[in-house]
Ligand binder design. Structure first.
Ligand SMILES: NC(=O)c1ccc[n+]([C@@H]2O[C@H](COP(=O)([O-])OP(=O)(O)OC[C@H]3O[C@@H](n4cnc5c(N)ncnc54)[C@H](OP(=O)(O)O)[C@@H]3O)[C@@H](O)[C@H]2O)c1
Length: 274
């Protein structure tokens, strides 16, 4: 029976022809690819001379459709909400990859309600953890069989908040610490797969706009000052800087990096920084 799954190119045999013509091409899934750092990761992979194949997720289907229309044979889109774990489980089930997935970039993330611990509903903590952590566990589980075969890579977009406690960021910071731990555990449990967690710095994306426009009021003054001055002093990073490093790690991260939590500009990552 013919497959009903979405596939790259106009027919099911496209993928094997593409691979034989482009031996450096890798198949990589990027979450949160509709904006900011994730969009920069997707664009970097798509502009590579290696002609990578990418599966892209995010809730904004129109942005994903636009990426696909510009690269019709090399992009598969699976729009949806990462708080819906049934959807997360369907992402890899509904695409035809011809048995190959080389990289998984878990980049999507939410700050959540961004309230102080005394004020935040436990349900809001759970929702933040579902989006930032449980969805990653679910997607890692479904990707592992393919990643083991490919000796592939998992890259998590983490945060400095994983190891710095900013007021009102408790749920977010704890969720990022959890994914760092996930990368460490995967290093030990899955020796065929390289797992790494990246701190992207303070990046000029919608998330920083939300921090300045919606969430500053819940933060202590010293924490507010950090984010106000980053914008005022022109210190925000363009998303392409950490995005390019994360994309390169998804393609070719060295096994020695497995389990680490590193800043995008760490000297250990010099060969991935352009
Ligand atoms: N910007 C920074 O300074 C900074 C610093 C440290 C870490 N980070 C981390 O970097 C990653 C990317 O953030 P960004 O700065 O690029 O922010 P952004 O521009 O707001 O992008 C966030 C991405 O995550 C997706 N996303 C959020 N909630 C989702 C949900 N419930 N379901 C599906 N997708 C969801 C968004 O897609 P849709 O809206 O289409 O769903 C979007 O593609 C996040 O993990 C964030 O925690 C950012």
């Amino acid at each position: 029976m013919a497959s009903t799954k979405a596939h790259f190119g106009p027919s099911l045999d496209y993928i094997s022809n593409h691979r034989s013509q482009n031996p450096s091409s890798r198949t990589i899934l990027v979450t949160g690819a509709t904006a900011g750092i994730g969009l920069a990761i997707a664009n970097h992979l798509l502009s590579s001379p290696a002609h990578h194949l990418v599966i892209l997720t995010g809730r904004k289907a129109d942005v994903l459709d636009d990426l696909r229309s510009r690269n019709p044979d090399r992009v598969l889109c699976k729009p949806g909400d990462m708080s819906d774990l049934d959807y997360v489980g369907s992402i890899l089930r509904d695409v035809e990859l011809d048995g190959r997935l080389d990289g998984l970039v878990l980049n999507h993330g939410t700050l959540g309600a961004c309230l102080r611990i005394a004020d935040m509903e436990v349900e809001d903590w759970e929702r933040t953890f579902r989006i930032n952590v449980s969805s990653c566990v679910a997607l890692v589980q479904s990707a592992l069989p393919l990643l083991r075969t490919a000796q592939g890579r998992i890259v998590f977009t983490s945060s400095g908040a994983a190891s710095n406690a900013y007021s009102s960021w408790g749920a977010y910071g704890a969720s990022k610490a959890a994914i760092n731990h996930l990368a460490m555990t995967l290093k030990n449990e899955e020796p065929q797969v390289t797992s790494i967690s990246i701190r992207p710095g303070v990046v000029d994306t919608a998330m920083q706009v939300d921090i300045r426009e919606k969430y500053l009021k819940n933060m202590d003054e010293k924490d507010q000052a950090k984010f106000i001055s980053a914008k005022k002093d022109g210190k925000l990073l363009p998303p392409e800087k950490p995005g390019h490093v994360i994309a390169e790690l998804a393609v070719r991260a060295d096994k020695d990096l497995s389990g680490m939590f590193l800043s995008w500009d760490d000297a250990k990552l010099a060969q991935y920084q352009s």
